[in-house]
Structures are given as structure tokens and as C-alpha cells.
Ligand binder design. Structure first.
Ligand code: NAD
Length: 495
């Protein structure tokens, strides 16, 4: 099988600056090498920033209504290519085809939102905010009116650094809104599965995006450092782990950039005794094991309140055992492989940690019926987990679910709030009173009520609290528009 040689996309062209090293990527379902990409090509990063800087003045001066025409065309092209992009995602990430298609569709949702930029980036005006009497011709005229307005303007060259787990969707949280608002962009996709981001970028050029408006450069930390310290870069949007995000937030901010970092997570779902049982069990299984637990919105801890363990635990184990683990391209597969061997080792190591910590292993994902080749792990469930255990506190980012028990909702919320992360929290309950209490006391940026994975659509902001987010303005929604624009106030009088 041929191995794809991936190139950068700079100034509207494919550029093959190899850097000092290349990285090979495998299909995690088979172990076969599928692509190679440059790893530390800082010279390519420099070229990409230069291309974006040169393209900026003309693009910023292009009327917003004309800018978004490119995105309308892009959306139409993507609609025809959903399958093509999803197949690349399945091959390089390991997602099931359904999950891959869903992720591309969520990316398209972001393009649609960015197409509304002519309305979203509109400013505000307040006429006659004051009266100046110093230049009036007669006292009868009563003075000269002063008007005031605020405009939203592009910030300049923006950089996006994205993770491996949604290789098409997450870049679309970033660049479509950025370019719709008149900025130019350099995307640094994850080095672990960069082929689908390259293809999505090529399609954007096919849609007519002018050279230099959207650039893509491959690499790891060397390239990231070059970009986030660069004098010509004005804003940095990052999605990935808390460790990398905190570093990027501090480094980019100290180099005078505006920064938003959507980071790691350890999400809890609370199950109340009065919950709809089927919805709760299905919701938790889908949240914990969907995308093989590799979602920032994975519900990896469930807190069972009162007597809910009696009906919840048996159904949870039964339902999880039914998930078929296999290659994402197989229509019967419910859970694909981990994205790489390192991730698989991490999951296996955390299962060992949970056992050593004394949690009760109800389902062991090391023993699932699954292919021997590839990076497979099955669903794992630990019961009687306590808040001080590492499997409860640390982000495993794999299909490992911790079950905890609480006497009351207050106790359950307290357990959730002990987490140093605060990306998402979920409750399953039929009681308005319980849900209201949950909504007013739980500490997380995204909440679900009887919804296992409450992923906000693009018109709403997406980000967490605590160590799940560094910055001020979240991605997507109105926050996204504000992040990619700077405001300017004008005070006006005509004498
Ligand atoms: P990662 O942090 O390893 O990598 C993300 C990006 O940062 C990559 O492009 C990588 O090249 C770069 N990077 C990594 N280490 C770096 C360093 N030391 N210096 C500079 N750049 C560095 O994350 P990942 O493993 O690709 O993705 C999984 C993580 O992303 C999980 O923690 C998950 O929760 C998080 N995530 C968060 C959200 C969210 O919205 N909060 C969404 C998706 C994923």
C-alpha cells in the first residue's frame, strides 16, 4: 500500500519543505503505515506566517459579504465530500464511519455559522450621545450633536493549533470564523493524524479562498513555538491537553497575543434515582465509550445517587459488553481502536492503576473480544471508585469509566466540583427541582440535562471552566466572533 507524503499548504500551493525530521503515521486499526509528514519544519512555519501577513491587507479590505461567498462555496463542496473526508478520518484516527461523518457534519455547522459574519461582526451606533456647545453658531441652535459607534475589525494573522481527536471538525472551530472576520490564518494540525486537515484545506482552496488566506503547516512543538512567539501573529486558538494548553497560553500571552486554549477534561454524569433508566444507561455508555473515550466531552465518571446503582450498574455492564470493538470501516463496529500505540499503552496502564488503587473491575477492556492487530482496547468499568483515586482525578482519554456512589444530590455535586477540570457535567433526572439545584451549584462550562454528550452547536460558545480552559473568550458562538475581531470606538461631531 502506498504511503501518502503530506506537504504544507502555503500561499495557495502545496509546499514540500521536509524540515529536519518526518513523522510516520499508521492506521491504528491495522498498524500499517499510511502517511508521512514533516515534523519540525520551522522554515515552513516562517513561510506560512509571511504568506498570511502578505495576504492580510487585501483580504481585510475585501467586503465581508464577498469574503463569505468563499465559505458558501466551501460548504457546498464539503456537502459533496463528507464521505471522502470521513474515510480519511476513519483511516488515520480510527473512528467509526458514523462518528467520522458526524464530526465532519459538525465542522460544516461551523462554516454555516461563519457565513453569518456580515451580521455577526456588525458594530453598534448610538447617535446624539452628548451635545457639544463650544461650536454652536447661535444659542438657539443648542449645540452640536455627538455620535458614537463601535466597530469590529479583524486582528491580523491568526494561528490555530489542533488536537488529534477531531482532525476535521476542530480546525473548523477556528479558521472559518477567523477568515470570515477578515483575518488570515495558519493552521497547525495534530501531527498524529494530519491528512484529513490537509484535504479539508485543499478543498477550501478549490472553493476559491485567495492564496495566503488559509495556510497549513505540519509539525510538533518546535513549529508551535515558532508560531506562538512570532511578532507577526496576533491571535492563537488552541485545542488540546491541559499540559500543552497552559504552556501555550502563558507563552503566547507573554509574546503579546490574544489566546484561547480549550483543554483537557474529566467529565461527570450524575444519575438520580428518578431518571429515565434507558436514557440514562444509553447516555452514559455513549458518552463514556463513543469515539473510544477520546472526546473532551467523554463522560468518564458516573456518580450514582441513592438506590440508582441497583438498576443502573447491571444495565451499564450488560449494555457495554454488547459494544462490538473493531475497525472503524466495518459497519458493525461500535467502538474503533485507540488512535495510536502510545494511547493504548496509557489506557492499559490506567486499568492497572485502578486495580492497584482497589477499585472493583467490573469489565476489563484488556480482555474484550477484539482484533489482535492494531491499537484496540475494549470498554472498561470500575465500580466503587473514590474521589482520591487517580482513575477518578486524571484524564485517561480512553474507554475507561469510573463509577462512584453518593447518598444525595448535594454529595454528588460536591464530588463533581472536587475535580480540577470543569469542561462538562451531566445530570439524568425527571425532577425539575433536582435539575435546578444541579444547574445552580455544579462547576462546569457545558451542562447536559438528560443528554449524555451536550456538545453545543456552532452558534453557541464551546469551552469549559477551571483547568479545562485558559483565556476569556470561548470558541464558536458570539465569543468566536469577538475573539477574531478587535473593537474600535469612534466619537464623532460635525461642526
Ligand atoms: P495535545 O495537547 O497532545 O496536542 C494538541 C496540539 O498541541 C497538537 O497540535 C500538538 O502538536 C501541540 N502540542 C502538544 N504538546 C505541545 C508542546 N509541549 N508544546 C507545543 N505544542 C504542543 O492533545 P491531543 O493528544 O492531540 O488531544 C487530546 C487532548 O485534547 C485531550 O486532553 C482532550 O481533552 C483535549 N481536547 C479538548 C477539547 C476542548 O474543547 N476542551 C476538544 C478536543 C480535545
Amino acid at each position: 500500500m502506498s504511503v501518502a507524503q503530506l506537504h504544507h499548504v502555503i500561499g495557495g500551493k502545496s509546499v514540500s519543505d521536509p524540515g529536519k525530521n518526518a513523522r510516520s503515521n499508521i492506521n491504528p486499526a491495522t498498524g500499517a503505515e499510511i502517511s508521512q509528514a514533516p515534523l519540525d519544519a520551522t522554515s515552513a512555519a516562517e513561510q506560512a506566517v509571511r504568506a498570511a501577513s502578505e495576504a492580510f491587507p487585501a483580504w481585510a479590505a475585501t467586503p465581508v459579504g464577498d469574503r463569505v461567498q468563499h465559505l458558501f462555496r466551501y460548504k457546498a463542496l464539503l456537502e459533496e465530500r463528507v464521505d471522502e473526508l470521513a474515510d480519511i478520518v476513519v483511516e488515520e484516527h480510527g473512528k467509526t464511519k458514523a462518528e467520522a461523518i458526524g464530526s465532519v457534519r459538525r465542522g460544516i455547522d461551523c462554516i454555516e455559522h461563519a457565513c453569518a459574519a456580515p451580521v455577526l461582526m456588525m458594530g453598534r451606533t448610538l447617535p446624539q450621545i452628548a451635545v457639544s456647545s463650544s461650536f454652536c453658531r447661535t444659542e438657539d441652535e443648542g449645540g452640536v450633536g455627538i455620535d458614537s459607534s463601535v466597530d469590529r475589525l479583524p486582528v491580523g494573522v491568526c494561528v490555530g493549533i489542533s488536537p488529534f481527536n477531531f482532525p476535521v471538525m476542530v480546525p473548523m472551530w477556528m479558521w472559518p470564523m477567523a477568515v470570515a472576520c477578515g483575518n488570515t490564518f495558519v493552521l497547525k494540525p495534530s501531527e498524529k493524524d494530519p491528512a484529513s486537515a490537509v484535504r479539508a484545506t485543499e478543498i477550501a482552496l478549490e472553493a476559491g479562498l485567495p492564496p495566503g488566506v488559509l495556510n497549513l503547516v505540519h509539525g510538533g512543538p518546535d513549529v508551535v513555538n515558532h508560531l506562538i512567539k512570532h511578532d507577526d501573529v496576533r491571535a492563537v486558538s488552541f485545542v488540546g491537553s491541559t499540559r500543552a494548553g497552559k504552556y501555550i497560553y502563558e507563552t503566547a500571552a507573554s509574546h503579546d497575543k490574544r489566546v484561547q486554549c480549550m483543554c483537557g477534561a474529566k467529565n461527570h454524569s450524575i444519575i438520580m434515582p428518578d431518571a429515565n433508566r434507558e436514557a440514562a444507561v444509553d447516555g452514559v455508555i455513549g458518552s463514556a465509550f463513543g469515539n473510544t473515550g477520546q472526546r473532551c466531552l467523554a463522560g468518564s465518571v458516573v456518580v450514582l445517587v441513592g438506590d440508582s446503582p441497583d438498576w443502573f450498574v447491571p444495565a451499564l455492564v450488560e449494555g457495554s459488553k454488547k459494544i462490538k470493538v473493531g475497525p472503524g470501516c466495518d459497519a458493525a463496529t461500535g467502538m474503533g481502536p485507540m488512535q495510536d500505540a502510545e494511547s493504548l499503552e496509557r489506557v492499559q496502564s490506567y486499568i492497572g492503576i485502578g486495580v492497584a488503587e482497589g477499585a472493583e473491575l467490573l469489565l476489563d477492556g484488556r480482555k474484550t473480544d477484539m482484533p489482535e492487530e492494531g491499537c484496540f482496547a475494549g470498554p472498561t468499568i470500575f465500580d466503587h471508585v473514590t474521589p482520591d483515586m487517580r482513575i477518578c482525578k486524571e484524564e485517561i482519554f480512553g474507554p475507561v469509566l469510573s463509577v462512584m456512589r453518593a447518598g444525595t444530590l448535594d454529595e454528588a455535586v460536591e464530588m463533581v466540583n472536587r475535580s480540577e477540570y470543569g469542561n462538562m457535567a451531566v445530570i439524568f433526572s425527571d425532577s425539575g427541582h433536582a435539575v435546578h439545584k444541579f444547574e445552580t451549584t455544579v462547576q462546569a462550562g457545558m451542562l447536559g440535562v438528560n443528554v449524555g454528550v451536550p456538545a453545543p452547536m456552532a452558534a453557541f460558545p464551546f469551552a469549559g471552566w477551571k483547568k479545562s480552559f485558559y483565556g476569556d473568550l470561548h470558541t464558536n458562538g458570539e465569543d468566536g466572533v469577538r475573539f477574531f475581531t478587535k473593537s474600535r470606538v469612534t466619537v464623532r461631531r460635525w461642526i
